[in-house]
Design a protein around this ligand. Structure first.
Ligand code: SAH
Length: 214
């Protein structure tokens, strides 16, 4: 079945309403989820599932996270307009766009390992009105020092620990968030606030499953 713009609009709104009833999400987070058309970010062949609450393949063996995971991460970061945010793992650019809907596209910096994904994400972000997001291809383990310090930094791929350069690029009282491996093959979503002495005050938020940080 070929879906038209009206179908996407309806499915998009239904998804946001489901998130609203199933999760504890604030109005700004729900509005950001409403603002970004996920079907524009997923590959053409996957569009019919764009508003299912599940991950989807985006090429290069990578996946776009499920909408509820993006919403939960946005919520845990407590983003405010004007916050400077660093994302590691641009993928298709969807999560960066949701972040931008809250803080302003000019305040979002994202690093993607695969050139091809970074290139495609830039095109999609331009087309959907989020072209002011800065996307760099390279190794996100190094962060993006040129624009530091950040108020927030998050990973969309799983690491053993928050890479040291990222810690150093987030200001005191800023927040780091990401899936960290915890024993065996499991991962947990960890939120760390940066204390004045540079150490992290950590909270763990449930099991998650993300592609690995390379
Ligand atoms: N936020 C993305 C989800 C992408 S999945 C979205 O909304 O689509 C995680 C991404 O992290 C993948 O695109 C993967 O290529 C990227 N990645 C993995 N290791 C990385 C690294 N060391 N540096 C930067 N990006 C990395």
């Amino acid at each position: 079945m070929v879906r038209g713009a009206m179908d996407f609009d309806r499915e998009h709104e239904q998804l946001v309403r489901r998130l609203e009833t199933q999760r504890e999400l604030s109005d700004p987070t729900l509005d950001a989820m409403r603002a970004v058309p996920r079907h524009e970010f997923v590959p053409e062949s996957k569009r019919s599932g764009a508003y299912d609450d599940s991950p989807l393949p985006i090429g290069e063996g990578q996946t776009i996270s499920a909408p509820h995971m993006v919403a939960i991460m946005v919520e845990l970061l407590e983003l405010r307009a004007g916050d400077e945010v660093l994302e590691i793992g641009t993928g298709c650019g969807y999560h960066a766009a949701v972040t931008a809907a809250l803080v302003g596209a000019e305040n979002v910096y994202s690093v993607e390992y695969h050139d091809s994904l970074a290139e495609r994400a830039r095109e999609t972000l331009d087309r959907t009105g989020y072209g002011e997001i800065s996307v760099r291809s390279g190794d996100g383990r190094e962060g993006w020092p040129a624009h530091a310090p950040y108020d927030r930094a998050y990973l969309t791929c799983a690491a053993d620990t928050f890479p040291q350069p990222l810690r150093e690029q987030v200001r005191t009282e800023g927040v780091l968030l990401g899936p960290l491996r915890s024993g065996g093959r499991g991962q947990k979503l960890v939120r760390g606030s940066v204390r004045a002495d540079g150490t992290l005050d950590r909270e763990t938020h449930g099991r998650v499953r993300f592609v690995p940080l390379r």
